[in-house]
Design a protein around this ligand. Structure first.
Ligand code: ADP
Ligand code: MG
Length: 693
């Protein structure tokens, strides 16, 4: 239950003065539905204006506040072209106040002939004339504008203006309650940070690095505390210590020997499983590094110890593929492996449920369906989560709480997480790393090709397919905030064209297909029935078709580095040499590629090392960027910038660690304050792990 004193912060913005139905929607679009959201809607920059007595003392390009007397209106009320108001300063200089669009009515009303008005805006030169285009403010009284020479500029959405937000945010700030301090006092003093409420007020008034840092720190601390509470909760639970006798582990049908990295990771997992405290380990390994066999070995240890294991996959396709792979590797061991997804119904589902209950099924592979209430295990002792970044907090919570005995947990991810961010995203976990690819992998020949050469690309594709190869064609990703239907339309159009050329050899998958249809297409491609797979990014994760050795990515410059890397990982999986063609668009609005986009493509050509790509990706984005809002959800942060994460995250983690060490139940004075913080940043799942939370 959320503490009462936070209620004003969670009150709806719809209740604020001046918020009507037509404002509610844009507010919601920006995620500003509650008072606290408005308070935390930070300015992206500030405009600083200078109050000047006359135009002679202002320079072109400058943001000014000036008193002007209106002399004349020019332009027809209905006609085309700008509407101009000529106005005079204190010493007789003339300046035009210019409006475009249908603004005549507004202009006449705000600037009646003969009236003296205070005008705030940017001074520009238009031919011989000085002008201010669409002034930011017009006031009758000087105090209004002179008192506010520094003005915040907020991120906006359609239907929401700066002036509207600037009127709403102070209202929200007035409602902020006083809250007790959760930051360690010496840290607060050392960094000269203001108290919470002051900090939130200050950041809306001017650039205030200390206040900004404090707010970012709050967010980092909330996250660190929540992760630490998960870690603690797991430590306090008992799992089943799993000691295998080695009877199964040597038996799998592996057509290869394990890499050093795989052996090391298995050793680390074996060590964890032998403990009563449930394991919580992240296995980080680039695409193709061989995580599946590590998962299998871990699950076999559980089976040797007489327990059950489950493997959770993010999609139906992946679940099926894992099931098939594991069945093949475990043939002859006598280990019973079953599949359960949301699509299994009726008799087959019943029989799986029976087998889990009576223990005849040793390993279950599936989607989230494997955790439904109806699914009861005889003795589930290990859960493996593939592509864990696809799963949210609820799974973490569930894992921390399920059953009397908590299962050990192995999370796997092919997203190489840069060191800086690992603590932020997975700070509650121990980490094993597969930093070595299986031997004999040939580097993927990666080339950047101008989009105009698409004809040549199709020609090369035709030769590749004629030679018995298979290929992927990845369709452009239209801009994030545009309608996803556009992505779909692009994919379908390309599919249509390629089908004209290659006939039934082409299959199509995208996110909006019904699962059965998507799977059927995937299976047709995996079995070689289809030679070319046209796809949106749904093939990103985990698909394994070794015979597909050519990938074409359209408008590759629109993809993030991490995503390109994941996509490219679909080829280069078999013996043959693989090629990846990155079709280069002409940039946003045909303006040419930005340096960053060029650097990204160059890096793709240069290296295949996912960890290096991840680190450089971070570099390329620069310190001031917010990372949490990106498509891939790189970090769980909305306020902290990369630079702040780098500087403040280690401190926040240490602070959180000490606090939990001293007051694990968060019942002391600072502990109580920290609970408020967790609610404030919606990390209340952390609080819920505490008894009486
Ligand atoms: P990922 O880490 O991306 O999940 P997979 O487990 O799918 O990787 O493995 C990729 C491919 O590499 C599979 O075809 C698998 O059989 C093969 N593989 C895994 N380990 C080794 C190894 N030690 N030697 C050779 N091939 C291996
Ligand atoms: Mg995998």
């Amino acid at each position: 239950m959320r503490p009462d004193r936070l209620n004003p912060l969670f009150a709806e913005t719809a209740g604020l003065k001046g918020v009507g139905p037509q404002l509610a929607k844009p507010l919601e679009k920006l995620g500003l539905t509650r008072i606290k959201d408005l308070a935390y809607h930070l300015p992206e920059r500030f405009v600083e204006r200078r109050a000047v007595t006359d135009l002679d003392s202002a320079s072109v390009g400058e943001q000014i506040v000036i008193a002007l007397t209106v002399r004349e209106h020019r332009g027809s009320s209905t006609g085309r072209g700008p509407f101009r108001v000529l106005a005079e300063d204190a010493i007789g200089n003339i300046c035009a106040i210019t409006y475009f669009g249908r603004a005549a009515y507004t202009a006449r009303k705000a600037l009646p002939t003969g009236a003296k008005r205070w005008v705030a805006g940017k001074l520009e030169q238009y031919g011989q004339m000085l002008q201010i285009v669409h002034p930011d403010h017009i006031a009758e009284d000087s105090a209004e504008l002179i008192g506010q020479l520094i003005e915040p500029v907020y991120p906006l959405s359609d239907g929401l203006t700066q002036n509207r937000l600037a009127a709403l945010i102070p209202q929200a700030l007035e409602q902020l309650p006083e809250l007790p301090e959760w930051i360690e006092p010496t840290q607060l003093a050392r960094a000269k940070w203001p108290a919470w409420r002051d900090a939130l007020t200050l950041v809306h008034r001017s650039e205030h690095p200390e206040a900004r840092d404090r707010i970012a720190y709050d967010e980092l601390l909330a996250n660190a505390l929540a992760l630490m509470l998960v870690k603690n909760a797991r430590r306090a639970q008992t799992g089943l210590p799993l000691k295998g006798d080695g009877s199964l582990r040597d038996k799998p049908n592996l057509p290869f020997t394990l890499t050093g990295a795989q052996t090391r990771a298995i050793g680390e997992i074996e060590g964890d499983l032998a403990q009563a405290a449930p394991m919580l380990r992240l296995l980080q390994g680039d695409v193709g590094s061989g995580k599946t066999v590590v998962a299998l070995e871990a699950m076999l240890i559980a089976v040797e110890a007489g327990a059950q294991a489950a493997l959770l996959a993010p999609t139906e396709i992946l679940a099926r593929q894992h099931h098939a792979t594991l069945m093949k590797m475990a043939r002859g061991t006598g280990v019973e492996i079953a599949l359960l997804t949301g699509r299994d119904k009726g008799r087959p589902r019943e029989s799986v449920l029976m087998g889990l209950l009576d223990g005849s099924i040793n390993i279950l592979v599936g989607t989230h369906a494997i955790f439904q209430d109806a699914v009861t295990y005889k003795n589930l002792a290990l859960v493996v989560i593939d592509e864990q970044h696809r799963f949210g907090v609820s799974q973490r919570l569930m894992l921390a709480q399920k059953g009397r005995r908590t299962p050990h947990c192995l999370a796997m991810t092919a997203t190489p997480i840069p060191r800086t961010l690992l603590l932020a995203t997975n700070g509650e976990m121990d980490v094993s790393k597969l930093d070595e690819l299986p031997p004999g992998r040939q580097p993927i020949d990666t080339r950047v090709v101008a989009a105009e050469r698409i004809g040549d690309v199709v020609g090369a594709l035709a030769r590749h397919l004629e030679g018995g190869g298979q290929a992927y064609w990845v369709c452009p990703m239209v801009h994030e905030n545009e309608n996803i239907d556009n992505d779909l339309a692009a994919a379908e159009a390309r599919f249509g064209e390629l089908r004209l050329r290659f006939g039934d050899d082409v299959a199509l998958v995208h996110g909006q297909l019904r699962p059965e249809i998507k799977d059927a297409a995937m299976e047709r491609f995996a079995s070689g029935g289809a030679k070319l797979l046209v796809a949106t990014t749904v093939i990103e994760v985990g698909v394994d078709v070794p015979n597909a050795t050519l990938m074409i990515i359209e408008q590759a410059d629109r993809f993030g580095l991490a995503q390109l890397h994941q996509l490219r990982g679909r080829v280069g999986r078999g013996e043959g040499r693989s090629v990846c063609l990155l079709l280069r668009g002409s940039g946003e609005g045909g303006m040419g590629l930005s340096d960053t986009a060029k650097r990204r493509l160059a890096l793709m050509r240069e290296t295949q090392d996912g960890f290096r790509i991840a680190e450089e990706d971070l570099e390329l984005r620069g310190g001031g960027e917010l990372l949490g809002t990106r498509q891939s959800g790189d970090t769980p942060f909305r306020l902290a910038t990369l630079d702040q994460i780098q500087r403040l995250l280690p401190i926040a983690h240490e602070d959180a660690r000490l606090l939990i060490e001293r007051d694990g139940g968060l019942t002391g004075e600072r502990g109580e304050a920290a609970r408020l913080l967790l609610y404030l940043f919606e990390r209340d799942w952390g609080v819920q792990l505490l008894r009486g939370g």
